[in-house]
Design a protein around this ligand. Structure first.
Ligand SMILES: Cc1cc2nc3c(=O)[nH]c(=O)nc-3n(C[C@H](O)[C@H](O)[C@H](O)COP(=O)(O)OP(=O)(O)OC[C@H]3O[C@@H](n4cnc5c(N)ncnc54)[C@H](O)[C@@H]3O)c2cc1C
Length: 415
């Protein structure tokens, strides 16, 4: 019987980060990936902050810095924010995943590609027995003192350990285009309940002359693919000419909302498996990698003291929530408010953002990993934005929605 200290399921950014951190501490780590090639298929728009480059310890996968963003209202009114320095980076997402898995392997982790975690068998004393299926459905078992579920939004590890799944999973659809008529260092955000109810539509240059158009939507009468086609028509209107046919598609899901527990006896969840995703943007690479580092610190101590009980591992939940929990709950609250805005309200939001001094506020405070900071700064600065929200707030409260966290908008100018 094969045995390891830790089996990490899923060689995405979160799984490979945990595997690297634990292997470099000398633990015997096996990193299991169901696909034959790490990083494929790509399921991402590939926009990250400098923090991701720092956590990855490399820039080899960066394609292009991004300095600006343009937000479009449903009627294509627009406001552009442009910084002097790069605020984000378009990356080769497969390149990031490959770099991180190679780094874990160089630190001593065994990387098993083409093997799928299929469930748990009756656990022997003092470990968890994982059942894996290979490329031709051949079976293999590994005993692990600790299992890390880094297997993405549909986490089989979470299900096997009976951990609760995210309440909300937004279906996402992305089309890839070989050429982009837009500015290669500006991302575009498209608002509108007809285009992307649930998040927003995006047009992100791929750093290679093309771009990706995508949506993540609340489940509704039409599919994410149809919403994406509507978005593509909107983008064509904005450019004043039809887009060329897409060269590829991507279908996935984005988990939204915080899980009550991301640990239990002998298991930790990280990344999308733990719904460690920014609720206002659906981005999860930075948050997943940072939580993976925290998971590895907790796991290293628990392996050292040989206490892998739910109680010992609960430190992980407390630690990552201490760092990101407040940002996530404020963002969830803001997201629910934003979802209550009609298209007419969204027109007013974009008009308000064009108001005196607000683009400067966004450029000064904008941070794609911690967006509630800029929201707070904007609400402090703009009475016309604040006026839009009581309506949304009362709609939310009358629908029995969430309890408001302290958004602390602070002193306001009188209207
Ligand atoms: C359309 C779209 C666009 C996005 N754009 C961005 C963006 O621009 N910026 C950003 O920060 N985030 C973005 N995200 C979110 C981001 O892709 C995820 O948050 C991130 O990939 C999560 O990393 P992870 O390591 O937790 O999981 P994943 O990257 O999903 O990796 C999970 C891995 O586990 C493997 N796996 C799954 N099940 C098993 C199993 N049973 N056995 C073995 N292996 C298994 C999978 O093959 C996969 O390799 C986007 C998401 C979508 C859907």
């Amino acid at each position: 019987m094969e045995a390891a200290d830790v089996v990490v399921v899923g060689a995405g950014p979160a799984g490979s980060t945990v595997a690297f951190e634990l292997a470099r501490h000398g633990h015997h780590v096996v990193l299991v990936e169901e696909h034959a090639r790490v990083g494929r298929p790509v399921q991402c728009a590939g926009l990250v902050s400098q923090r991701v480059l720092d956590l990855a310890g490399s820039t080899s996968f960066v394609r292009r810095p991004v300095k600006g963003a343009t937000v479009f209202s449903p009627a294509l009114q627009s406001v552009t924010f442009r910084a002097a320095e790069p605020r984000a980076f378009v990356i080769d997402r497969a390149g990031l995943d490959i770099h991180l898995a190679d780094r874990a392997a160089r630190a001593g982790a065994t990387v098993l590609t083409g093997w799928r975690f299929d469930g748990l068998d009756a656990p022997p004393n003092g470990s968890a027995r994982l059942r894996l299926l290979g490329p031709s459905n051949e079976a293999r078992s590994i005993d692990a003192r600790l299992v890390v579920g880094a297997d993405g939004v549909a986490s089989a590890v979470a299900r096997a350990f009976r951990l609760r799944r995210p309440v909300e999973i937004l279906p996402a659809f992305e089309s890839e285009f070989g050429e982009s008529p837009g500015d290669p260092d500006t991302v575009e955000v498209y608002l509108g309940n007809e285009l992307s109810p649930g998040l927003f539509g995006w047009w992100i240059p791929d750093g290679d002359g093309g771009a990706r158009a995508g949506v993540a939507v609340n489940a509704g009468a039409i599919t994410a693919r149809e919403y994406c086609q509507r978005l593509e028509r909107q983008i064509a209107r904005r450019f004043g000419r039809p887009l060329k046919a897409p060269t590829g598609f991507l279908v996935s899901g984005i988990p939204i909302g915080t899980l009550p527990r991301t640990s239990a006896d002998r298991v930790l969840l990280v990344g999308d498996a733990a719904a460690q995703v920014k609720p206002l943007s659906g981005g999860g690479i930075y948050t997943g990698m940072r939580c993976a580092q925290i998971a590895a610190e907790v796991a290293h101590r628990a392996l050292g003291s040989n206490d892998l009980s739910a109680r010992a591992l609960a430190v992980y939940d407390a630690s990552w929530k201490a760092e990101l929990g407040e940002e996530f709950s404020k963002a969830l609250y803001l997201r629910r408010l934003l979802l209550r805005l009609s298209d007419a309200d969204l027109e007013k939001v974009v008009s308000a953002l064009k108001g005196a001094g607000l683009t400067e506020v966004i450029v000064a405070f904008g941070d794609i990993d911690f967006p509630t900071g800029v929201a707070r700064a904007l609400l402090r600065q703009s009475p016309s934005l604040v006026r839009l929200f009581p309506k949304a707030l009362s709609a939310l409260l009358s629908s029995g929605g969430v309890r408001a966290p302290e958004l602390d908008v602070g002193p306001r100018r009188s209207p």
